[in-house]
Design a binder for this molecule. Structure first.
Ligand code: GUN
Length: 291
């Protein structure tokens, strides 16, 4: 069993980005600048956004964090986006999801200038991704592709089973892995809450990508020997023995599934750190494209 070490791989990618930033600066070019908007007080979201901002500092990017109160109106949020869209110093920005219920998420994502949409959530960029055209690939699927590539996990001709059909992970992951690309050419089955005979399908998988948000859903009896398992789940479960009061649990029953796996990602330290590294990569790309 080989652990797909996202923490180590993300650190390597960030080192590569930091080197590029130093070279950009040495040549007198613009320093990449990422902005993030967060609305409300969701604990997990605040942790993620803070981690993104900190990662910017580490690689030498500029960063701007815009914190708005929970009761921010849709109109005010659209105004903030309009300001970032025309701010020449901002190369890319993200609006952290989920948003409060009174705000129409799709309307917000569509307001972001596709050229600054480093999350790759704008329909224009999702469309380009689906057509295998150059664009910003969303950080989580992008991170999974990168992890598979760097560990030389063969995907061509393999049966990939994706659990979950979210716009952020399941759907783009299914599309990308079926495409003609370096990490791709797979036969993909996408499963979701209405899928029948799920275990029958996962037992046929060479690679399982679990992105359903149900702690320890994928058990050892659901996978075949020598499987590769990518665990996208990160649920916070209450744990009084921990200093912060919770522990992170993935969608995979790690200890039992690892025994049957050739490759497997841990939680934490697997896909999570990769998403931040790939967001930085997209921001660097935006800076290079837009200047
Ligand atoms: N919430 C969970 N994942 C993401 C992400 O990749 N980007 C944004 N903006 N919000 C998220």
């Amino acid at each position: 069993m080989t652990l797909l070490d996202g923490k180590k791989t993300a650190a390597e990618i960030k080192e590569e980005i930091a080197l590029e930033v130093r070279e950009l600066k040495d040549r007198g070019n613009k320093t990449p600048h990422l902005a993030a908007i967060i609305v409300g007080n969701n604990g997990a979201s605040i942790t993620y956004v803070n981690a993104k901002v900190k990662a910017c500092e580490r690689v030498g990017f500029e960063s701007t964090l815009i914190r708005l109160p929970e009761n921010t109106s849709e109109e005010d949020l659209l105004n903030e986006i309009a300001i970032l869209n025309i701010d020449k110093d901002i190369d890319g920005f993200i609006v952290q999801l989920p948003l409060p219920k009174h705000i129409d998420e799709q309307k917000i994502l569509m307001a972001v200038d596709p050229n600054k949409d480093v999350d790759g959530f704008h329909p224009t960029n999702v469309g380009k991704m689906a057509l295998n055209l150059p664009t910003f690939i969303s950080a989580t699927p992008f991170g999974i592709l990168e992890l598979l590539e760097r560990y030389q996990v063969e995907t061509s001709g393999k049966h990939v089973v994706v659990l979950g059909r979210s716009h952020i992970v399941g759907s783009p992951m299914s599309i990308l892995l079926s495409q003609k690309r370096k990490v791709g050419n797979a036969t993909v089955t996408m499963c979701h809450s209405r899928t029948k005979n799920l275990k029958e399908i996962t037992l046929q998988a060479d690679i399982v990508i679990a992105a359903i948000g149900i702690p320890e859903f994928l058990k050892a009896d659901m996978v075949k020997d020598n499987v590769t398992v990518i665990d996208v789940g990160i649920t916070r479960l209450a744990d009084p023995s921990k200093k912060n009061g919770y522990r992170l649990v993935g969608d995979v029953a790690f200890n039992e599934v690892a025994q049957k796996s050739d490759f497997i990602t841990p939680v934490p330290g697997g896909v999570g750190p990769m998403t931040i590294a790939m967001l930085l990569k997209n921001t660097l790309l935006a800076c290079q494209r837009n200047n």
